[in-house]
Design a protein around this ligand. Structure first.
Ligand SMILES: Nc1ncnc2c1ncn2[C@@H]1O[C@H](COP(=O)(O)OP(=O)(O)OP(=O)(O)O)[C@@H](O)[C@H]1O
Length: 250
């Protein structure tokens, strides 16, 4: 279980403290997926920096199964907006990079690597370099790398935002397919209400800066098949839009 308890983060700016996050409380049960949605500047990236260990100076606590989060001990998978790939390395190397650092070259589960690459349709490109692939294919490498790490926490920062609509929908479906096989505890940031509703089991709605949790919306549609063809998806999308609008205006 991931527990974010009373998390506050301040930045120092011109010798003054700037409160970026204010007493954030979010719990992610094992095998849950939580979307975080909030207006620009509300502190979403700051939250991700704390969870990934970049920011260490904060108030409150962040626990993984009861222990303070520690990126050198815990396995944390990251899928960033720009994918964070090594352009001079092959697709295969990029996909195993996280696991190689964590476990050492000889301890990589090669069968699992092959399985994930195949599942994501990357096996035929394994020897190419990222620059020789499309945006959607690069995105798949970043997702492959995160799953191959077998993380206890998966963090994603607007993972599908750089893709055009049809590829984005394909990627969201592919991601969910693999996610349901692994059910890794996941927190992801999105600007898209529809994406939050499509992928998130819980949706944490943040206020404008300083970011506070306005509501944790439990998605009644999570895990339903063929959601985009389901009328309820549009009904709940309107409901969630209203909630988000209220939270952002207040
Ligand atoms: N290093 C810093 N020093 C001072 N203030 C900072 C620093 N980094 C971020 N901030 C401020 O903290 C607040 C939160 O920033 P953050 O990048 O976490 O927001 P965000 O919700 O991810 O924004 P966006 O959606 O636009 O990417 C913003 O007001 C930002 O200006």
């Amino acid at each position: 279980m991931i527990e974010i308890k009373n998390l506050s983060v301040k930045y120092k700016s011109n010798d003054k403290d700037f409160l970026a996050l204010d007493r954030i409380n979010i719990t992610i049960e094992n095998g849950d997926i939580c979307a975080v949605i909030g207006p620009s500047g509300c502190g979403k990236s700051t939250l991700l920096y704390v969870l990934s260990g970049v920011i260490k100076d904060y108030e409150g606590s962040v626990l993984i199964d009861g222990n303070p989060i520690n990126p050198s001990l815990h396995r944390i998978g990251l899928v960033m907006q720009n994918y964070g790939l090594l352009p001079w390395k092959s697709v295969y190397y990029n996909a195993i990079a996280g696991s190689k650092i964590k476990d050492g070259k000889d301890n990589i589960d090669r069968m699992y690597v092959d399985y994930i690459l195949k599942k994501l349709g990357l096996n035929k490109f394994a020897h190419r370099h990222p620059g020789e692939l499309s945006g959607g294919q690069r995105q798949r490498i970043a997702i492959a790398r995160a799953f191959i790490l077998k993380p206890s926490l998966l963090l994603m920062d607007e993972p599908f935002s750089a893709l055009d609509e049809i590829i984005r929908e394909e990627m969201q479906d592919l991601f969910l397919k693999i996610w349901f096989e692994n059910r890794v505890s996941t927190l992801f940031i999105t600007h898209s209400i529809d994406e939050a509703l499509y992928i998130g089991k819980k949706i944490a709605i943040l206020s404008p800066s300083p970011g506070r949790v306005k509501e944790i919306y439990v998605n009644p549609l999570f895990g339903k098949k063929d959601l985009r063809l389901n009328e309820d998806y549009y009904k709940f999308s309107i409901e969630l839009r209203k909630k988000v609008r209220e939270s952002w205006l207040r």
